[in-house]
Design a protein around this ligand. Structure first.
Ligand code: CU
Length: 494
């Protein structure tokens, strides 16, 4: 029905237009063609001027009206150290192009009016004018040179890479259809190497090379969390097609290209909370965030910085959103403390054991334990070797015990006159004699490892204590676990 009515209206309008055309044709015949043409020219010329005025007023008023929606205006202040410079560049460019736009529009419509067909008035023709040539060559060149030079200066300020010894945080963003994977370097502050051949969507989505120690503590994050006022270098890459790493509030935008890592360096200068307080000043942020919850939180309270993909990368392109949270240094440290290494949580063959990278830290710890044991009277302090592991029910050392044992070898090298005793302990479950033998064998194997690694056997004693010296209760699983242990005691150091 509606289609029928619309068709009817269109037919009617066509008929009316044709009829009006016929009437004016008849009128023209009556008044004379020349007169009709003159009137038509006059009308068109006036309409051109009217259109120009309305159009320019519309452009300027709408730009002014919508300015708070543009980056760099109203609530959309830059939240990064370099952002202001880019905003300034955009404004300078807008100023020049704006002037050129307005002036050309005026000329475009004013001249058809001024030089409309009038009786007895003839246009002036000239073939060449040096002054005009000079003006329209030099003026644009000066403006262009200014824009290019200023642009280059800003580029050189914003884009240089970080210095090796500078204080900065490096994170990595990998784009893929359709999500951003964010990787942090973990406690060692270093991102591990990757190899695309190692990518396994389930267990190793980024293709991290687990033989690189730097990878062990790297963690993956859902949101980007960063401390305020700290330089950040983002490694940007992609796994499938072209994406674009875009942080509008920080004026950060860089292509993510498969096989060609790019980067962007920026310093966030305003925390999320601070930015929210800024938005609070604007009426358009004083509306409910959820339309159906008039008493719910307001728009400014719910604001979050965001990461988007600014490359039309496929059907799910819109879903590549991640939140960016800028927090204080303390909040950042807190958050870091809650993150778990991807390796440990997803593909950990060490499960709860010492990792090579932690073993290094343990070396310092062990050394300080030895030093405080040396200070104690009669070397009373025994040192528990928490990272010596055996196969279940066996005296066979596990491979990953070597880190702790190598640390002891090193310490015995440092204290060349130190003699030690290694004792094995068990819990009280099972047969007492078996336990006694097991503890002896375990202590012996530790001693053997140390001797095999260059420590004179004269400096080493190994004894088995069985369950006779419990360190904890034997009534709980945890207590028994504590009782099954290897200890080291310093016998002499002279
Ligand atoms: Cu994308």
């Amino acid at each position: 029905m509606l289609a029928l009515i619309i068709t009817g209206i269109i037919v009617l309008i066509t008929v009316i237009t044709v009829q009006i055309g016929k009437v004016s044709e008849l009128g023209a015949q009556l008044r004379g063609v020349a007169e009709v043409e003159r009137r038509s020219n006059e009308r068109t010329a006036i309409w051109m001027v009217i259109f120009m005025v309305v159009f320019l007023v519309f452009c300027i008023v709408s730009a002014w009206y919508y300015k708070n929606y543009m980056l760099g205006y109203g609530p959309h202040d830059s939240a990064s150290a370099h952002g202001g410079k880019l905003d300034h560049m955009f404004n300078v460019t807008l100023l020049f192009t704006g002037i050129v736009f307005v002036v050309t529009q005026i000329f475009l419509f004013w001249y058809p009016y001024k030089y409309r067909d009038r009786k007895g008035v003839v246009s002036k023709f000239f073939t060449h004018n040096n002054r005009l040539e000079a003006i329209w060559t030099f003026l644009p060149s000066i403006v262009m040179v200014y824009l290019v030079v200023e642009g280059l200066i800003v580029w050189l300020e914003v884009m240089p890479d970080v210095d090796e010894n500078e204080d900065y945080i490096e994170i990595e963003a990998t784009g893929s259809q359709f999500l951003w994977e964010i990787r942090y370097p973990g406690p060692d502050d270093k991102l591990g190497t990757k190899n695309f051949k190692l990518i396994d969507p389930a267990t190793n989505p980024l293709g991290q090379d687990w033989t690189d120690e730097k990878n062990i503590d790297d963690f993956h994050a859902i949101d980007i969390v960063l401390p305020v006022d700290k330089k950040v270098r983002v490694r940007i890459t992609a796994k499938d097609v072209l994406h674009n790493f875009y942080l509008p509030h920080f004026r950060v935008k860089m292509d993510a290209i498969p096989g060609l890592p790019t980067y962007f360096i920026f310093t966030p200068t305003r925390t999320t909370e601070d930015y929210r307080q800024g938005l609070k000043e604007y009426a358009e942020y004083h509306v409910p965030f959820f339309e159906d919850e008039p008493d719910g939180p307001q728009k400014w309270e719910m604001f979050d910085y965001e990461l988007a993909c600014a490359e039309l990368c496929g059907k799910g392109h819109y879903s590549m959103r991640r939140l960016v949270k800028i927090v204080s240094e303390e909040e950042y440290e807190d958050w870091l403390g809650q993150q778990n290494s991807f390796y440990l949580t997803n593909s950990d063959p060490f499960k709860g054991r010492l990792l090579p990278i932690e073993a290094k830290r343990r070396a310092t710890e062990l050394l300080s334990e030895v030093q405080s044991a040396l200070k104690a009277e009669d070397y009373e302090n025994t040192i528990r070797l928490t990272n010596v592991f055996f196969e279940t029910g066996s005296a066979l050392l596990k491979d990953d015990s070597k880190y702790e044992l190598d640390n002891i070898v090193e310490i015995l090298g440092m204290f060349a006159n130190m003699n030690i005793q290694i004792s094995g302990h068990t819990d009280n479950t099972g047969d007492a004699l078996t336990n006694q033998i097991l503890s002896e064998e375990r202590a012996k194997n530790v001693v053997k490892y140390l001797a095999d690694n260059g420590i004179s056997s004269a400096r080493l004693t190994g004894i088995g204590m069985g369950p006779n010296r419990p360190a904890d209760t034997n009534d709980t699983a945890e207590g028994r676990q504590n009782n099954r242990r290897i200890e080291m005691r310093i016998l002499s150091n002279s």
